[in-house]
Design a protein around this ligand. Structure first.
Ligand code: MN
Length: 374
């Protein structure tokens, strides 16, 4: 039996999955989401899959699907071959000895190991994480950087359809004063009917943040994500202390050590935890646990994962008791193609955990072929 769990093949596939509409960040825009699927196959015939994905390119954290493919094939796969899929702590340690940083690439592999191991046991991935704290999670919808009337119309449509109860807007693409005016118009229109949150994606400096963010809070914005550079923990703490609404740490929070430092300085009131940027399910569980111990709720955040990565993030978000601030696991809703045999279930503003072993999903082989990059 033990031989059945030994890894005898690691495969990577690059795909470009078309989007329903372009998704815009401050300095990047995408019409299709590039993703890397990592397949870990065992001698006993088990296959686990994990997804390497970043929001549209290397602007966020330096990695791209292309760098991930190279790191996985050249440096990580040789460590995996011959090892058991349930040897996760030792594998992660050995990978870290050979590859620094590259947490997105490591996450794809770590999730694939969990998927294969859970499938071998016939249990869902969340069982390997300690079981369920919840079976579904609210999903915020991300609105783009378009003018206020366009964004308001999209938000009201989603609200009417009962798809989402809160919205997150990306900032940082325009001059701060124009951007703030645009967001205030949206927040005032949606006041009382939906939550409005903003993500500045580390675009502003301390003074810009201290000057403009109070206006957003006054207009009814309920949460402000990562206004300053990820390394500027002191500035983040100062901004958090100055605002009457919670600040969420995203770019500043990638490792459990970051979580301890942010909690210690009270630099954020909410942790944005992504199974991708944090290097996998185990590190995400640790970060959410640190947050919970410090009285800081976690949010199930996204790197715009396809259904594979979204299923992994959902397994984490449903398992971790500290993920009490909802999620933004909307990636599959942004995509024009359903990559699974059975789609993930979004209903009543929430994403519902699928049944079944492993990640609880099955990839559609036709879709895998159709969107594979040649
Ligand atoms: Mn963010």
């Amino acid at each position: 039996m033990s031989d059945d769990l030994r890894i005898d093949r690691v495969e990577t596939v690059l795909l470009d999955i078309p989007l329903r509409r372009p998704h815009r960040f401050a300095r990047a825009s995408m019409d299709a989401q590039p993703v890397l699927y990592v397949f870990v196959r065992t001698a006993g015939g088990l296959t686990g899959v994990g997804e390497g994905v970043v929001p549209g390119g290397p602007w966020w954290g330096g990695e791209s699907v292309e760098t991930m493919q190279l790191v996985v094939e050249r440096f990580i796969a040789p460590i995996l071959l011959g090892r058991r899929v349930d040897d996760i702590h030792a594998i992660v340690r050995d990978v870290t000895d050979v590859v620094a940083a590259n947490l997105y690439a490591k996450a794809a592999v770590e999730v694939a190991l969990h998927d294969a191991w859970a499938r071998g046991l016939g249990v869902p991935v969340h069982t390997l994480l300690g079981g369920l704290a919840r079976t579904s999670i609210p999903v915020t919808w991300a609105l783009g950087t378009e003018p206020a009337p366009v964004v308001i119309e999209e938000a009201l449509g989603k609200l009417d359809a009962g798809l989402h109860r809160s919205f997150k807007l990306k900032m940082g693409a325009q001059e701060p004063a124009d951007d703030v005016a645009r967001i205030c118009a949206v927040a005032e229109k949606l006041a009382g009917v939906a939550g409005v949150r903003v993500d500045i994606n580390a675009r502003w400096d301390r003074l810009t943040a201290l000057t403009h963010l109070p206006k957003l809070a006054q207009a009814g914005v309920e949460m402000i994500e990562q206004p300053v550079h990820g390394s500027e923990i002191d500035a983040l703490a100062e901004i958090n202390a100055a605002l009457p609404v919670p600040v969420m740490a995203d770019e500043a929070l990638r490792t459990p050590s970051d979580a301890i430092r942010i909690a210690d300085r009270r630099a954020a009131d909410i942790f944005a935890v992504k199974t991708t940027k944090c290097g996998g399910l185990r590190a995400s569980m640790e970060i959410a646990a640190i947050g919970a111990a410090a009285g800081i709720p976690s949010h199930g955040a996204t790197s715009i994962e396809s259904p594979v990565g979204t299923a992994a993030s959902l397994q984490f978000a449903c398992a971790a008791p500290g993920v009490t601030w909802g999620s933004e696991l909307f990636g599959p809703l942004l995509m024009a193609e359903e990559m699974l045999v059975e789609p993930l279930r979004y209903a009543d503003g929430e994403l519902h955990l699928p049944d079944g072993p492993g990640l609880g999903i099955e990839l559609d082989p036709d879709k895998l072929r159709a969107f594979r990059r040649d």
